[in-house]
Design a protein around this ligand. Structure first.
Ligand code: SF4
Length: 333
């Protein structure tokens, strides 16, 4: 698919055929299997000012929290006991968790025999290397948009080139590397979304998350409309067709924007769901966008319902680490 073909699909009204094709490709290359990842949002302190984000450093009306090292490890233990094979540690860009502290947490979580994904934002190559040496397997760093002008508008005081460099550093260090974008940013065009998708391919990303923008009332985008679910779904399906063996989550933002959005995404190329296992009191304040509809993995009924939903669309729940097939293929090269 070239850029023009991608744009044509993004603009098209009836794309059912593309969604079916993405589903067929996912099942052929990744199997009828969905991977569950336990998400722990361990700190909502952040030094960045992403204009769409409800926990950016400028937002005053948010209760800031940090889980202690012990709380993070105990939560990861719970995830492992519940049968999760992957733990995802996510936070704002919070310097409180220096390299030594993070490495200690990583080492302890790795003793639980789970794969570990980090999503801590931009760090130096040395920091990424230290995390990797401590046992971290995967890293998520969304580019959000590859349109440099738009990136600068959405991310004051941030360096677009550094973000790209971080992604290549992660690849070079041998991380299973994830990126992704927000769909529906002000002034974003289908042309730029097509460039984003081609960038994923160029990076040879192992995981891609695409989520519609959901505007937050405390941010500068409060009067701006949310992103389009349909457009996000089309971008997801195209990404699956172009990158058959990567992992693609059905993002929480999709479920938030549309009832059954997760299920629709899983039938259009996605193969991962990330239930939230953050202790309730902290989770309420990890409000990048409002009314997040994620699964609460600590609630047995919610978790069971999720599993039944997955089974109802002809999938089974993975019982392995769910390493991206794209990543495995590179290791075997
Ligand atoms: S999107 Fe992430 S890096 Fe940006 S302000 Fe929010 S938490 Fe911080």
């Amino acid at each position: 698919m070239n850029k023009k073909e991608i744009i044509d699909i993004l603009k098209a009204e009836n794309t059912e055929g593309v969604l079916i094709k993405a589903d067929t490709i996912r099942r052929k290359y990744c199997g009828n299997i969905v991977h569950l990842r336990a998400l722990i949002e361990f700190s909502n302190f952040c030094k960045k000012q992403c204009v769409y984000c409800g926990i950016n450093s400028k937002i005053k009306n948010v209760i800031r929290y940090r889980l202690s090292e012990n709380e993070i490890i105990e939560t990861a233990k719970k995830a492992s006991e519940l049968g999760f094979k992957t733990v995802v540690l996510q936070s704002g860009e919070d310097d409180f968790f220096g390299t030594k502290k993070m490495c200690s947490i990583i080492e302890k979580i790795k003793e639980l025999n789970v794969a570990l994904t980090l999503s801590l934002g931009e760090k130096t190559k040395e920091e990424y290397k230290a995390y990797k040496n401590s046992g971290a397997d995967r890293y998520l760093l969304r580019i959000e948009t590859t349109d440099e002008k738009l990136y600068k508008k959405m991310h004051p005081n941030a360096d677009f080139k550094n973000r790209i460099k971080c992604l290549y550093n992660l690849k070079e260090l041998g991380y299973e590397t994830g990126s992704g974008i927000l769909i529906g940013l002000p002034e974003q065009t289908v042309d730029s979304i097509a460039d984003d998708i081609l960038f994923f391919k160029k990076l040879n990303a192992d995981m891609i998350g695409l989520g519609p923008l959901i505007t937050h009332k405390e941010t500068l985008l409060k009067n701006y409309p949310c992103g389009s679910f349909e457009l996000a779904l089309k971008a997801l399906a195209i990404t699956r067709i172009l990158m058959p063996n990567i992992n693609i989550p059905a993002t929480t933002a999709m479920e938030t924007l549309l009832k059954e959005g997760r299920k629709i995404a899983l039938k259009s190329g996605a193969n991962v769901v990330m239930p939230n296992i953050t202790p309730e009191i902290a989770k309420e304040n990890y409000s990048i966008y409002p009314n997040k509809q994620g699964i609460n993995a600590l609630d047995k009924i919610e978790l069971e319902n999720l599993k039944n939903e997955i089974i109802s669309i002809g999938d089974t729940i993975s019982n392995d680490y769910g390493t991206s097939k794209n990543f495995i293929a590179q290791k075997h090269l």
